[in-house]
Design a binder for this molecule. Structure first.
Ligand code: HEM
Length: 516
C-alpha cells in the first residue's frame, strides 16, 4: 500500500514535472528564436522545407543557372538554408565589392568541413583553411613566389607546354580535351615541382588522383558530417566516415612527400629547375607550421592550378565556334604581328602588340565562370549592411554566373565580346570581372592562370581553324566543363594551311621530345 501510495506520488510528480520542463524548454527556444530574429535580419529568404531548408533545391549540376534564376526572382541578395548553414548570395558586383572586397578582413574565412578539411586534409589544405595566422603566413609566401615579377621563371614552362599542345592538336585533333588536360597538368607540375608530366608514370597518376578525390569530397552532400558538423561529436569509433578520410589523408601525404623527396634529390644534385617548391623549401616561414602543412601547401597549388586552366581553355574554343567574329579579329591581330604565312609562333614577348588576345583572356574569365556560384566565404564577426544584420558564421558567396550574365553589369552579356575589356585596365588581369574571386581569398595563382590561357589561345588561333562538330546545337550555358573523360562538346579542328602544319610540326616536335 505504502509502495503504491509512494509510486502514485512519484508518478504524479513526474506527470507534473515533465510537461512543465517541456513547456519551459519550448518557451526558452521560442524566446531565443524571437530574440535572434529581432537581432538579425537577412535578405529575402527562399522558401524551403522545415529542418532541411533549401538543401534539396540546389541541383548537383548547373548550379549557376539555378542561382541566376533565384537572383532574377529575389533581387540583389537572397538567403538560403543549406543544412544548418545560412548562405547569402550576392548578386551584383556592387554588394560583392562592398562586402567581400572592402570588408575582406571579416568575410574571408571558410566553412568548417570536418571530413574534407579536418580529417582528409589534417586542417592543412589552403583552399579550405579558415582565415587565420597560418593561412595568412602561407598566402604571403605563395604571393612572394607567384607574383608578376616572378612570371619570368614560369613562362618558359607555359611556352614549352603550349607548343606540345599544338603538336597534339595537329596529330590527334579528336583528343583535344586530353591535350588540354595534359597541358594544364604539365604546366602546374613544372611550376610547382620543376618537372614535366610523364603520362605513363604511376606516381603522376596517383598525384592527380588526390586532386580528384578532394574535389569530390568538397561537393555539397558528399559527406554527412560536412553537411551536419554536429555529427563530429560522435565518439570516434562511431564515425564511419573517419577511416576513409584518414586513408585519403595518408595517401596525400605519401604522394606529396615522394615529390618533395624527389626535388630535394634534384636540388642536391644541382639539376633542379627553378620552381615554386625550390623557392618554398628555402623560405623559413614555409617550415613554421610543420611538415604536413609544408606538403599540403604544395599539394594545394597542384590541385587549384590544373582543372581551372583546362576548363577556361575549353570555354574559349566553344566561344570561338559559337561566335567566329571575335576569333577572326584575334586572328587578324596575330597575323599582323607574326605574319599571315606561319612565319613564327606568337610569344609572351608579343603581349604588348597583341592587346586583343589579352582582352580575349579577360573575357574568358567572365563569360562562363569556372566557379558558377562562386566559393563560400564565411563571416567571422557579426556585421551590419544596409539595414541587414548578420551573425558570424553566415556564409557569403558571389553569384558568379548571375553577375556575369546580368545586363546591368555588362553590355550584351551573353555575347563573347573581348572588346569590352579594351580599356585602360586591360593589363590589370583582375579588373572588370570576378573570374579569380574577390577580396583576400582571391586566387593565389592568377598570374599563372592568366599566362596559361593567353599563350594557348594566341597559338591555337594562329595555327588552327575551329568549327562545331556533329552532334547538334551547343548550349554553352549547360556544357559540363568539368567533364574530362570525353570532349565536353563536339568540336572539329583543322590546321590552317600546310605552312602552319610545318610550323607546328617543327616547333611542337621539339617540345614533345624535351625532357626534364
Ligand atoms: C584560369 C585559371 C584559374 C582560375 C579561373 C582560378 C580561379 C580561382 C577561384 C575562383 C578561386 C576561389 C577564390 C575565392 O574563394 O574567393 C581560386 C582559388 C585558388 N587558386 Fe586559382 N584559378 C586559376 C588558376 C590557378 C593556378 C594556376 C593556381 C596555382 C598556381 C591557383 C591557385 C589557387 C589557390 C591556392 C587558391 C586558394 C586560395 C585560398 O583559398 O586562399 N589557381 N582560384
Amino acid at each position: 500500500m505504502t509502495f503504491k501510495i509512494a509510486s502514485m506520488e512519484i508518478s504524479l510528480s513526474w506527470k507534473t514535472i515533465l510537461p512543465t520542463l517541456l513547456a519551459i524548454l519550448i518557451a526558452q527556444r521560442v524566446y531565443a528564436n524571437h530574440q535572434w530574429h529581432r537581432k538579425y535580419k537577412f535578405p529575402n529568404r527562399i522558401p524551403g522545407l522545415p529542418i532541411f531548408g533549401n538543401t534539396f533545391q540546389l541541383p548537383p549540376m548547373q548550379q549557376g543557372i539555378w542561382a541566376r534564376d533565384q537572383a532574377k526572382k529575389y533581387g540583389e541578395m537572397f538567403t538560403v538554408q543549406f543544412g544548418i548553414q545560412t548562405w547569402v548570395f550576392l548578386n551584383s558586383s556592387r554588394v560583392v565589392h562592398d562586402l567581400l572586397e572592402k570588408r575582406s578582413s571579416i568575410y574571408s574565412s571558410r566553412v568548417h568541413l570536418p571530413m574534407a578539411q579536418t580529417i582528409m586534409s589534417g586542417g592543412c589544405r589552403v583552399l579550405l583553411m579558415p582565415y587565420s595566422d597560418r593561412w595568412r603566413a602561407i598566402r604571403k609566401v605563395m604571393h612572394s613566389i607567384l607574383n608578376k615579377q616572378s612570371m619570368g621563371t614560369f613562362a618558359p614552362f607555359q611556352e614549352l607546354e603550349s607548343r606540345h599542345l599544338l603538336y597534339d592538336y595537329l596529330k590527334t585533333p579528336d583528343l583535344w580535351h586530353v591535350a588540354n588536360q595534359r597541358f594544364a597538368n604539365s604546366v602546374i607540375m613544372s611550376v610547382v615541382f620543376g618537372k614535366r608530366l610523364e603520362l605513363d608514370n604511376p606516381n603522376t597518376k596517383e598525384l592527380f588522383e588526390t586532386s580528384t578525390e578532394i574535389v569530390q569530397a568538397m561537393q555539397p552532400g558528399a559527406s554527412l558530417v560536412d553537411a551536419l558538423p554536429i555529427f563530429e561529436n560522435l565518439p570516434q569509433w562511431l564515425q564511419w566516415w573517419r577511416p576513409r578520410g584518414i586513408r585519403a589523408h595518408e595517401k596525400c601525404k605519401r604522394v606529396y612527400q615522394r615529390e618533395v623527396d624527389d626535388i630535394k634529390r634534384r636540388i642536391e644534385a644541382g639539376t633542379a629547375r627553378d620552381c615554386f617548391a625550390l623557392q618554398f623549401l628555402r623560405t623559413p616561414e614555409a617550415h613554421a607550421f610543420g611538415p604536413t602543412q609544408l606538403l599540403f601547401s604544395l599539394g594545394s597549388l597542384m590541385e587549384a592550378g590544373t582543372d581551372t586552366s583546362r576548363m577556361v581553355i575549353s570555354q574559349l574554343l566553344c566561344a570561338a565556334i559559337l561566335d567566329p567574329r571575335w576569333a577572326a579579329t584575334a586572328r587578324r591581330q596575330l597575323d599582323g604581328v607574326c605574319g599571315a604565312n606561319a612565319e613564327r609562333l606568337p610569344e609572351f614577348a608579343d603581349r604588348g602588340h597583341l592587346p586583343y588576345i589579352s582582352a580575349v583572356t579577360k573575357e574568358a574569365m567572365r563569360w562562363r565562370p569556372m566557379a558558377p556560384i562562386g566559393m563560400p566565404h564565411c563571416l567571422v564577426a557579426d556585421d551590419e549592411y544596409e539595414g541587414f544584420r548578420w551573425p558570424k558564421g553566415t556564409v557569403f558567396t558571389w553569384n558568379a554566373t548571375s553577375i556575369a550574365l546580368d545586363e546591368n553589369e555588362f553590355e550584351d552579356p551573353m555575347r563573347f565580346w573581348p572588346e569590352r575589356f579594351l580599356n585602360e585596365d586591360l593589363d590589370n588581369v583582375l579588373k572588370g570581372h570576378l573570374g579569380f574571386g574577390p577580396g583576400r581569398r582571391m586566387c593565389s595563382g592568377y598570374h599563372v592562370g592568366d599566362g596559361n590561357v593567353w599563350i594557348v589561345i594566341a597559338r591555337l588561333l594562329y595555327c588552327f581553324d575551329f568549327e562545331a562538330g556533329e552532334g547538334g546545337e551547343i548550349d554553352s550555358l549547360r556544357v559540363p566543363w568539368i567533364e574530362h573523360r570525353h570532349a565536353p562538346f563536339p568540336l572539329k579542328i583543322k590546321i590552317r594551311s600546310p605552312a602552319h602544319a610545318a610550323l607546328v610540326e617543327r616547333e611542337g616536335k621539339i617540345a614533345t621530345e624535351t625532357v626534364y
